[in-house]
Write a protein that binds this ligand. Sequence first.
Ligand SMILES: NC(=O)c1ccc[n+]([C@@H]2O[C@H](COP(=O)([O-])OP(=O)(O)OC[C@H]3O[C@@H](n4cnc5c(N)ncnc54)[C@H](OP(=O)(O)O)[C@@H]3O)[C@@H](O)[C@H]2O)c1
Length: 254
Amino acid sequence: MNPQTFTYCCYAWLSLAVIIHFLLFFVAAPFGRHTSEKWGPMINNKLAWILMELPSLSIMLFFLWTGTNSTSSFAWILFACWIFHYVNRTFIYPLRIKPTDKKMPLVIMLNAVIFNLVNAGLNGYFLAELADPEKYGSAWLSHPITIAGFLLFCTGLFINWRADHILINLRKPGEKGYHIPRGFLFTYVSSPNLLGEIIEWAGFALMAWNLPALTFAIWTFANLVPRAKNHHEWYHEHFGDYPQKRKIVFPFIY
Ligand SMILES: NC(=O)c1ccc[n+]([C@@H]2O[C@H](COP(=O)([O-])OP(=O)(O)OC[C@H]3O[C@@H](n4cnc5c(N)ncnc54)[C@H](OP(=O)(O)O)[C@@H]3O)[C@@H](O)[C@H]2O)c1
C-alpha cells in the first residue's frame, strides 16, 4: 500500500473512533456486567475473550516474522511491547477470570475481532513495511521521548494488571456477584484497570511516534472512557454505600 493511502486509512479509522466514542456514552458495550441477551446469539465469555484478542497477537507475530524492517531496526521493541500485552490479554486474562454464567453477544465478539484486525494490521504493517528503518535506529532508542514512552507503557501495564488482579480476586471460588473494590488506585477511581490501559497505549504512541500508534491510543481512550463511566454509574446504582468521592477513571479530574 502506498504511504498516502495508508495515511488516509488511518484518518478514516480515527474518524470512526470519534463517532463510536460518543455513541458509547449512550449504549454500554454489552459484555461483562453490562451483558444482555437482546443482542442476538451468545458465546461463552472466556472463549470470546480468547477468540477476539487472538487476531491482534497473531497479526503482530506475523509482521514481526515476515516484515522487511521488523528486525533490521529496533522496531522489534515495539512489536515486543505489543506482543507482551496481548499474550496476557489473549490467554492469561481469560483463563484467570472467574467462571460465571455470563455470556457475550457474538456480535460484540465479532466487533472486537474487527477492532483488533484493523489496529494490529495498521500498526504491524507500518512498522514492518512502511517505516523508514532509520526512524527506529540507535538515536531513537536513546531519545528521551522513547524512554519516557517506554516508562509510561510499563506504568500503564502495571496498573492494568494489578487492577485486573484485584477485581478478579474479589470473588471467592464459586461466587458470581460483585463487591466494591478497595485499595490501590480504586481509592481514587472506579476503573483503574481501564486507566492503566489508556496510559499504556499513550506510552506506546509516544515511543512509536507514528500515526497508527496514535490512532490506537485514541481508539483505546474512545472505548474505555465511556466504559469506565458506565461501570461507575453501575456501581452507584447497585451499591448505596459506594464511595462518593471516587472519580470515574482519571484521579481528581473525571
Ligand atoms: N483496548 C481496549 O479498547 C479494551 C476494551 C475493553 C476492555 N479492555 C481491557 O480488558 C480488561 C477487561 O475490561 P472490562 O471493562 O471487561 O473490565 P471489568 O468490568 O473491570 O472486569 C474485569 C474482571 O473483573 C470482574 N469484576 C469487575 N468488577 C468486579 C467487582 N466489583 N466485583 C467482582 N468482580 C468484578 C469482571 O467480572 P464480570 O465479567 O462478571 O463483570 C471481570 O472478570 C481490562 O483490562 C481492559 O483494560 C481493553
